[in-house]
Design a protein around this ligand. Structure first.
Ligand code: SF4
Ligand code: FES
Length: 254
């Protein structure tokens, strides 16, 4: 049955700091197959053209539409209103810089992550135009593909307790990306090469393991497997290098 939807939407424009943030109510008639993307567009088109939110693909590919929907991190374009209560409360993702209303800047953080991890294949042979692609074992290709599916929506990052506490922590998205390159047989980096970047206590081993990242990932990426994979390899490399793993974690220090 189609209902009346009662929205409460976070409003704040950082360019107008004199106006305090507030929750604005909007009422909308639900239509068949309505997603939050459709609903927000309708609100913007018919009620308030100044409402800020991000969408590009509308099909779970670009990762730009993540927000907090009734307390849960979700992508608005793949959230049907029929699956929600008629009272819908929308907030921007925390952790990232707020650009206005429901729009946050995830790009800067993910760009920094790529630079920090040097997230590109290292040491592969020079590619010459016309040369044939090197085939990859299906099992390896599937593992890499699974980690590569991350669309940088930021849901795992903004829902993570360790991210909120530790400045240097890579977050699940970062560890997932690291796993992606470690699993790729074309990347000639050894695990020890990563120690300099992520080998301190505030990184791979800083996770509180609440697994909110996995709960929050709209694509159900297997975060536990990928983080475990990275931790095991980094621990082995640390032990090999004579590093003492028994030191307390950063968040356990007095
Ligand atoms: Fe989003 Fe999942 Fe990627 Fe995290 S791992 S950024 S939740 S797609
Ligand atoms: Fe691209 Fe939602 S608009 S993932």
């Amino acid at each position: 049955m189609l209902r009346q939807l009662n929205f409460e939407i976070f409003r704040y424009d950082p360019n107008r700091p004199e106006r305090a943030p507030f929750m604005q109510p909007f009422t909308l008639a639900e239509t068949s197959g309505m997603t939050l993307f459709t609903a927000l567009n309708r609100i913007r088109e018919t009620m308030d053209p100044t409402l800020m939110f991000d969408f590009v693909c509308r099909s779970s590919v670009c990762g730009s539409c993540a927000m907090i929907v009734n307390g849960i991190n979700r992508m608005a374009c793949r959230t049907l209103t029929s699956g929600l209560s008629p009272n819908i409360r929308l907030l921007p993702l925390p952790f990232f810089k707020l650009l206005g209303d429901l729009t946050v800047d995830t790009h800067t953080w993910f760009r920094g992550l790529d630079e920090r991890l040097r997230a590109w294949i290292h040491g592969c042979d020079q590619v010459t135009p016309g040369s044939r692609e090197a085939p990859m074992d299906n099992k390896d290709a599937f593992k890499v593909y699974n980690a590569e599916r991350c669309i940088e929506c930021g849901c795992c990052v903004s829902g993570c307790a360790t991210m909120a506490n530790g400045k240097g922590f890579l977050g699940a998205a970062g560890l997932n990306r690291m796993a992606r390159f470690m699993m790729d047989p074309r990347d000639t980096r050894k695990t020890s090469d990563y120690l300099e970047i992520v080998g301190d206590d505030e990184n791979v081993f800083a996770c509180f393991e609440t697994m909110m990242c996995e709960d929050n990932c709209p694509l159900d990426l297997p975060m536990d497997l990928h983080m475990e994979y990275v931790r095991e390899r980094v621990a082995a490399a640390k032990l090999e290098s004579g590093n003492d793993l028994r030191r307390p974690m950063a968040h356990q220090k007095k």
